[in-house]
Design a protein around this ligand. Structure first.
Ligand SMILES: [Zn+2]
Length: 239
């Protein structure tokens, strides 16, 4: 594994080729492994200069307290807190002999009715039930927000999907596909809108250069506050 040294800090990193990418990107995962994703044909000799240009960013992210990057350990038992569109919810798990699991929202109470199974398997099942429910919530809201912002951005996705991603909130592919992480449905609407405007804007600017951020700012002048929310709370959405 190659390493790069900034002052007294040594950082090992991996290089992975991603043929679909247009530009290289640096990824830091939950275990703080640094991976440089490079487009096909990208000169590997350019990776080190790239890392040097991003030294400040890298060091900042690698030296922030660990817990910020660790997914919260949830037990999926009654009493635990969850979020939906930024609103705090309290989980209640009810086991009964129903065959189909069910999720209902009663005020702030997130009621999960789950079939009786071995207690040890309960958290896995409840997580699965909740994930499906959150995905459904995302499916109901995200297309509406995309339709709301697309005319303002002046671009629409050719295709849209919701999936689970470990380390990104969404992405926009060269062919116009916009994918959004269902987890973002847990964030406040202002933050969901930011992620949607961000990805829609990539339809016009497939990079993160100044012109891209200027275009985002035209639609969401306070986008930096929304972006900061993700930095501060993003890990809480990662169960
Ligand atoms: Zn982006």
């Amino acid at each position: 594994m190659p390493i790069i040294t900034f002052g007294t800090t040594t950082i090992p990193y991996a290089i992975e080729e991603r043929p679909r990418r247009q530009h290289p990107a640096i990824q830091i995962d939950a275990t703080r492994q640094v991976t440089v994703l490079i487009p096909q044909g990208f000169d590997p000799n350019q990776v080190e200069p790239l890392l040097h240009r991003k030294a400040r960013w890298l060091l900042k992210h690698l030296t922030t307290p660990q817990q910020q990057y660790t997914a919260p350990a949830k037990d999926f038992v009654s009493g635990e807190g969850f979020l939906l569109r930024g609103h705090p919810l309290r989980l209640k798990v009810q086991r009964n002999d129903a065959i189909e699991p069910n999720v209902t929202l009663e005020g702030r109470k997130l009621l999960v009715t789950s079939p009786l199974i071995r207690v040890a398997q309960q958290p896995i099942l409840v997580r699965e039930i909740l994930t499906q429910w959150y995905m459904q919530q995302a499916l109901e809201l995200f297309p509406e927000r995309i339709n709301h912002y697309a005319p303002m951005v002046g671009a629409s996705p050719t295709r849209f999907k919701i999936a689970e991603y470990k380390s990104r909130w969404g992405f926009c592919r060269e062919d116009g596909l916009i994918a959004l992480n269902w987890r973002i449905i847990q964030a406040p609407l202002s933050v969901i809108d930011y992620v949607i405007v961000h990805e829609l804007t990539h339809r016009r600017y497939p990079h993160h250069r100044q012109t891209f951020w200027d275009a985002v700012r035209v639609i969401l002048p306070d986008f930096e506050v929304r972006k900061q929310w993700l930095r501060d709370h993003g890990a809480e959405l990662g169960w």
